[in-house]
Write a protein that binds this ligand. Structure first.
Ligand code: PMP
Length: 432
């Protein structure tokens, strides 16, 4: 029970491994968009994006079981599953992104992306977005300004230049400004100049196309086209971290970068690829991949294992055959419309934003100062849990409700979430 598991967990794990909820939930089982706790209670999962096509999706479970019984081995042997998966993945990306590296997590994939960019350019300096998050390994922390001073963080490294997150709500240039994209891109140009003024060269610009940990932000149009061109004009490499946004979640497109009409030089993938099984990937151009071919091996024991590839391949099939990207667009649009209706009635909702099932609701205390309403955000998340609906909070000020369920989430689920959210918003702590 929670009463026995909780003290054991406190003893065996460091205190900075946080639990969702003040009163934790002990989960024992999941199925599609539902989670079941030890007392048989059912929760609607509006939060977990790792089970991309649904918790314990029967087809993914079956594929994993079949392969587990047959063979699991590393990439030093030939196996059709590895090339089939790499073919399927690259066929979903622009033609020039045709070479895959398989690893085990988003953090590893970002480390590798940066290493490739450095090998390709011979440079080290990197531009990253403030409140960007790219993982918890040493270099991934170094390019995650959000974590510079987090556990194991070493402050801002001297090879990283930080640019403001292109946030059309809270940032200096608002969505209503048609020049916002250019103005944010000017910060990237300025970062390039700072690096050059130090007599160094730019290796990479890395960002989540839609910053997620930063608060589910949708940058203004034309930002990336201009930012990428500033980077490429000095020989730098553009890395898109699609760990949160990739594989159809945003509904309108399969990848975040497509919304901005750019093609990155390196795409980083993680979380949703394996539906809960640890898989990460870097996909890049033959020219960048070739910069690694110096006679030494690049190898990851589990990366691209037979099991990982079979699971990853099945995830792609399920996304297509169940039309989950289309569902994400339909259900996400329905949810965003409903949230905007709630925004009209509740002053605490400052901004509703998102695309498909990548959704943020920013809560504020004051519409002029945008003073963040963290307490209300936490109240809502905890109250919804009592209604057996799981969502989270995020953003540097922890005042953004984060809604990013498995893609099998339905309109009925969205209606249910909206109805319960409306109830909670009427409660005293949410009134302004
Ligand atoms: N990039 C982004 C955008 C992420 O959100 C995360 C994880 N939240 C990572 C990278 C790191 O992935 P992992 O935890 O699989 O190492």
């Amino acid at each position: 029970t929670t009463d026995t598991v909780l003290p054991q967990r406190r003893k065996r794990f460091a205190g900075n491994l946080k639990l969702s909820y003040r009163r934790p939930i002990t989960l024992l089982r999941g199925y599609k968009q539902f989670l079941f706790d030890q007392d048989g209670r059912t929760y609607l999962d509006g939060y977990n994006n790792v089970p991309h096509v649904g918790h314990c999706h029967p087809r993914i479970v079956a594929a994993a079981e079949r392969q587990n019984r047959l063979l699991n081995t590393n990439t030093r042997y030939l196996h059709p599953a590895q090339v089939e998966y790499a073919d399927a993945l690259t066929s979903r990306l622009p033609d020039e992104l045709s070479v895959c590296f398989f690893v085990n997590s988003g953090s590893e994939a970002n480390e590798l992306a940066l290493r490739l960019a450095r090998a390709h350019t011979g440079a080290v300096d990197t531009i990253a977005m403030d409140s960007g998050y790219h993982g918890n390994t040493n270099t991934a922390i170094d390019i995650s300004p959000y974590k510079f001073n987090g556990p194991g963080g070493r402050g801002a490294p001297d090879w990283v230049d930080v640019v403001p997150v292109a946030d059309p709500y809270r940032g200096p240039y608002k969505g209503s400004d048609p020049e916002a994209g250019r103005k944010y891109a000017d910060h990237v140009r300025a970062a390039v100049e700072r690096i050059q003024a130090r007599n160094r060269r730019v290796a990479a610009f890395i960002c989540e196309i839609f910053p997620s940990v930063g608060g589910q932000i949708i940058p203004p149009p034309d930002y990336y086209r201009q930012a990428y061109s500033a980077i490429r004009s000095v020989g730098g490499v553009c890395i898109a971290d699609e760990v949160q946004t990739g594989l159809g979640r945003i509904g309108t497109h399969q990848w975040g970068f497509e919304t901005q009409g750019v093609v990155p030089d390196i795409v980083v993938l993680g979380k949703p690829m394996g539906n809960g099984h640890p898989i990460g990937a870097v996909v890049t151009t033959p020219a960048i991949a070739a910069s690694f071919a110096n006679g030494m091996e690049f190898f990851s024991t589990f990366g691209g294992s037979t099991l990982a590839c079979v699971i990853g391949r099945e995830v792609l099939r399920v996304v297509d055959e169940e039309a989950l990207q289309e569902q994400a667009l339909d259900v996400g649009t329905f949810m965003l419309d409903g949230l905007r209706e709630l925004q009209k009635e509740h002053a605490v909702i400052g901004d509703v934003r998102g695309s498909g099932l990548f959704i943020g609701v920013e809560l504020i205390k004051d519409h002029d100062t945008l003073e963040p309403a963290q307490r209300q955000a936490s109240y809502i998340v905890n109250r919804l849990r009592e209604h057996r609906i799981l969502i989270g909070t995020d953003g540097p000020l922890d005042n953004v409700l984060k809604i990013r369920p498995p893609l099998c989430f339905t309109r009925e689920d969205a209606s249910h979430l909206l109805g319960r959210l409306a109830t909670v918003l009427r409660e005293e702590p949410c009134r302004m």
